[in-house]
Each structure stands twice: as structure tokens, then as C-alpha cells.
Design a binder for this molecule. Structure first.
Ligand SMILES: [Ca+2]
Length: 391
């Protein structure tokens, strides 16, 4: 990508030629309504407060909500909403816990449903009945427009609906709201929900942009004790690079950003590093890249993945973290270019992120030979703008 006439960041996305049926990482807890304790559904609540038992709980507006038998997929359970058909119409809302989503990145929300009794909007537009999924973005002081899927189409069999959205800036929290709306008097609607899912689209590595872009949601930011700076006299290509100097005690330190991840992908983070007068005092012998998977609360999952280190007085060298598949509970990854327990300066330039489609760790692995470009590969949309393709 070009920032101030300088190519500093690249993304390479290659997708394996075969596509395996896979289950993606789940940001939505209890997505298939399979889990619960004491006969009550886990994670989901009616009107944000009431537990949902197998025998059901009634909404204040005429809908019996039950943790019901039947499932869209391999499971045994789903969520059912059964309207009473009151003269004044029926309404219910079931909500998920807060979900952490990264601002500026694209995700897809989807679910399966069955429905009977739905009627499209009346000619005078006074009445309608619908299944509504609202993705609500929580912001402390202002309303942020959400994402809505609405249908009045009945279906005896399970149907899947999906929509992509970009998480807005100003919040990291979303909530799924499943609603039955029936404004037709004396008509009965029944809805079944299952397999609610939110997965990230494959991200584009954020620009390694200078300070004037600081504050944007998916920026690179200095982390840890090291000094970070822009370099206009030392660079690998274009006219700029970044430098990291004197990382003392503590975690991996330098320039960092966070991307959403999913368990049916494998990630490699790398770029070019130049080693200055480095004096390492720990296991990482110079400038390196670090990829740390994080869970839904932003806490580290598993060990950090470190690239080979570029040692002292070494010219520009390309290194990358090992190709790594996130653990099932990981929903994001922190990428850092920098140092750990190392005095002196290293420079970083032409960073890239490689994303390979693979199979979720929940299923069986199928191995393939050495990956390389070949027919059938899908590339990310920005590939054409990247001069260096690292495969
Ligand atoms: Ca289910």
C-alpha cells in the first residue's frame, strides 16, 4: 500500500486450492443453542434478564420462548419463539452477551431459521410480522447504526441468512438481538433459530501509517518499553521505514496492531528487518516479528509465535512467524514488529500478512504439499497493488 508515496505495508493472501468443509471460530457464545445448565439455555437471555428454560418463558408481549428440541445442524437443540396470537400483536427479544469485535474490520453475521405464520407488510403499511436479527453496537454516548437482517418469508426447512458489516469506530462491543415482531392482530407466528455465527472476513493488514493517522481504529501503535520512531534515512523500499530501539524487560515491544482471526485460517506475519547495533540480553537475538493470538476478552491464548531474529549489523533480511492456525478460542491476533530484552535499534519495512484457508482444528487435518501459486488460487483484492508477493 502506498502511504505518503512510500510502500510500507503489504498483504498477501493465498487460499489453498481445495476448500474443506469447516467450522469457523465462534465469537458468539453457545451459537447452536446446545449448551445449558439446570435445564436453562446458556449465554442467551429473554429481554436481557430472564433465563430461557426448556419448558419456556413468556415475554411480556405474548411470546413463549423455549430452549427447544430440533436443530439445523448436527446438534439437538434450537431456540423457539411461539406467539400467542394476541389481539394487540406479539413481540419478543432474545439477546446474546456482549461480543468484542474489532473496529474497522469486516465481519459476516449469519444464522439459520424456520418460520410459520409470517405475513409481509400490509398494503396500508400498518401491519407486518417478521423475524428480525439486529446486531447492536454498544457505544457509551452516541447511537451507532447497527446491522439488521429482516424477513417475512416462512420456511418449513432450515434456511440460512447472512450479511456482512464493518465494525464502526468508537466501540469494540456488539450484541446479537433475535426478535419476533408481529403487528397483525389475532395471528400466530412461530420462529425457530439456530447456529448464530459471526466470523471475520479475511482482513487486510492495516497501513503502517505515520502519526497523523493515529487514533484510527486499526492503526499500528507503539507497545511496551521500547522507543519507536519513523525512519527516513534507513528503509528497505520507498522512502520510509520504522525503527524500534532499546527494549528492556517485559513483553515483546515495538509497533503493534490487532486483526480478527478465525480457526479455519492459518496466519503468517513477516516483513523485512535490518539489524543495527543490537545487544540482545534474552532468547530473541535481534529484530523480529511476533504474532500472539487473543481470546474474546483480549487475553493471550497460547504462546507467542516469533519469527527468526535478525541479529546485529545485518542488512535487510526477510523473516516471518511460522504459519499458524489459531486455537479454537482465539478471535483476534496482536501483530508486533520489534524487540524483546534487546538494546540497540532494528528497522522494519514492507510488512506482510499471509492468510491460508485451512480446516478448523475441530476436524481432521488434510496435509498438502509445499504451497505455491497455482490455478484456482483466490487473491485478496489488494494483491495487484503489492509489488512483492511472498509465497
Ligand atoms: Ca442447534
Amino acid at each position: 500500500m502506498t502511504i505518503l508515496g512510500k510502500r510500507v505495508t503489504g498483504v498477501v493472501l493465498w487460499i489453498a486450492v481445495f476448500r474443506l468443509a469447516s467450522a469457523a471460530a465462534e465469537m458468539v457464545p453457545n451459537p447452536g443453542f446446545e449448551l445449558g445448565t439446570d435445564g436453562k439455555l446458556a449465554a442467551w437471555k429473554l429481554s436481557a434478564t430472564d433465563a430461557i428454560p426448556q419448558q419456556g418463558v413468556a415475554s411480556t408481549q405474548g411470546v413463549l420462548v423455549t430452549w427447544a428440541d430440533g436443530s439445523a445442524g448436527k446438534g439437538k437443540r434450537c431456540l423457539k419463539m411461539e406467539g400467542k396470537g394476541r389481539a394487540e400483536g406479539d413481540f419478543a427479544i432474545v439477546v446474546s452477551p456482549p461480543l468484542r469485535l474489532l473496529p474497522g474490520f469486516e465481519y459476516e453475521v449469519s444464522f439459520s431459521y424456520r418460520a410459520s405464520g409470517l405475513v409481509a407488510e400490509s398494503g396500508d403499511r400498518k401491519n407486518y410480522s417478521a423475524l428480525v436479527m439486529d446486531l447492536f453496537f454498544e457505544a457509551p454516548k452516541r447511537h451507532i447504526r447497527g446491522c439488521r437482517i429482516l424477513t417475512s418469508t416462512n420456511s418449513e426447512g432450515w434456511v440460512r441468512l447472512a450479511k456482512t458489516f464493518t465494525m464502526p469506530s468508537g466501540t469494540e462491543w456488539g450484541q446479537v438481538r433475535l426478535e419476533m415482531v408481529n403487528k397483525y392482530p389475532d395471528s400466530k407466528v412461530t420462529l425457530w433459530w439456530d447456529d448464530v455465527s459471526i466470523v471475520p472476513s479475511d482482513p487486510i493488514l492495516p497501513n503502517l501509517a505515520p502519526w497523523r493517522h493515529a487514533g484510527q481504529p486499526n492503526d499500528w501503535r507503539p507497545v511496551g518499553s521500547a522507543k519507536t520512531a519513523w525512519s527516513e534515512d534507513v528503509f528497505h523500499s520507498g522512502r520510509r521505514a520504522v525503527s524500534v530501539t532499546d527494549a528492556g524487560a517485559g513483553s515483546f515491544s515495538g509497533w503493534a496492531t490487532e486483526i480478527p482471526v478465525r480457526s479455519d485460517r492459518a496466519y503468517t506475519f513477516g516483513g523485512f528487518v535490518k539489524g543495527g547495533d543490537l545487544n540482545p540480553d534474552g532468547p530473541i537475538g535481534g529484530g523480529a516479528f511476533c504474532l500472539q493470538f487473543l481470546d474474546a476478552q483480549g487475553q493471550p491464548v497460547g504462546q507467542p509465535l516469533i519469527s527468526p531474529a535478525v541479529p546485529a549489523k545485518t542488512d535487510w533480511t526477510q523473516v516471518a512467524t511460522p504459519k499458524s492456525q489459531p486455537p479454537p478460542e482465539a478471535v483476534s491476533a496482536r501483530l508486533t514488529a520489534g524487540l524483546q530484552f534487546c538494546r540497540g535499534t532494528a528497522w522494519f519495512d514492507d510488512l506482510f500478512l499471509t492468510i491460508a484457508e485451512t480446516q478448523s482444528q475441530a476436524g481432521a487435518r488434510i496435509r498438502r504439499g509445499t504451497p505455491r501459486p497455482q490455478e484456482g488460487i483466490r487473491y485478496s483484492r489488494n494483491l495487484a497493488r503489492i509489488p512483492k508477493v511472498c509465497l
